[in-house]
Design a protein around this ligand. Structure first.
Ligand SMILES: [Ca+2]
Ligand SMILES: [Ca+2]
Length: 207
């Protein structure tokens, strides 16, 4: 009897997400539009004026980093109308920092359980770690993560692009060692095209 009471208490305390079968089963999958192996780079800005996923950069041009999530429950059935605000992107090392709701999916899941990340993120900081899709706070574990990296004129990751970021950029611009964090127009070097992006980002903050 005591066991049954304890069990029923646990069941009552379980979040709705478990009932819906989201999270622990991970029949869900996330894919990047560009299927090559190369890491794609997004320049993010806190006000959302950074690159869209379709215009992500690779070393020698652009590629489509749009993320497609197919949300399935523990029975492999599509989960429709799952709230976009409970689906977000993170980087495994925490280097990508985002505004409130700044990395959520573009829309609720559709009748086939599908949603996308195509619009620019509202974010700062930098990361070359794998991008992880979070579902209700739990990482999607059906894959290792997506090879999408981020950098931002918000170099210090305080979600504001201002004069405190400029000396960091200057140090990278004049330094002898390549710094990914300041290679906003990603091409393997910190140069004049990155200066333009730094200047354009100044004054940006979360909405
Ligand atoms: Ca900053
Ligand atoms: Ca560059």
């Amino acid at each position: 009897m005591k066991f049954l009471i304890t069990l029923s208490m646990i069941l009552v305390l379980l979040p709705a997400s478990v009932w819906a079968g989201i999270g622990p089963c991970d029949f869900s999958t996330a894919e990047r539009a560009y299927t090559g192996a190369e890491t794609l780079v997004m320049m993010v800005v806190p006000d959302g004026s950074g690159s869209s996923f379709s215009n992500a950069r690779m070393m020698h041009g652009e590629a489509d980093a749009t993320v497609t999530l197919t949300l399935l429950d523990c029975n492999g059935v599509a989960v429709a109308n799952f709230p976009a605000e409970d689906l977000w992107l993170e980087c495994a090392d925490g280097g990508l920092v985002f505004c409130v709701g700044g990395s959520i999916a573009d829309a609720n899941s559709d009748p086939n359980g599908i949603t996308h990340w195509a619009s620019p993120l509202l974010a700062g900081g930098s990361s070359q770690a794998l991008t992880v899709v979070m579902i209700n706070g739990a990482p999607l574990s059906s894959g290792p993560g997506l090879a999408i990296a981020y950098n931002s004129p918000d170099i210090n990751g305080d979600r504001i692009v201002n004069l405190t970021d400029v000396p960091l950029f200057a140090a990278d611009f004049y330094g002898s060692v390549y710094e990914f964090r300041s290679d906003f127009h990603y091409d393997g070097s910190v140069n004049l095209s990155d200066v333009v992006q730094m200047a354009q980002g100044l004054g940006s903050s979360c909405p």
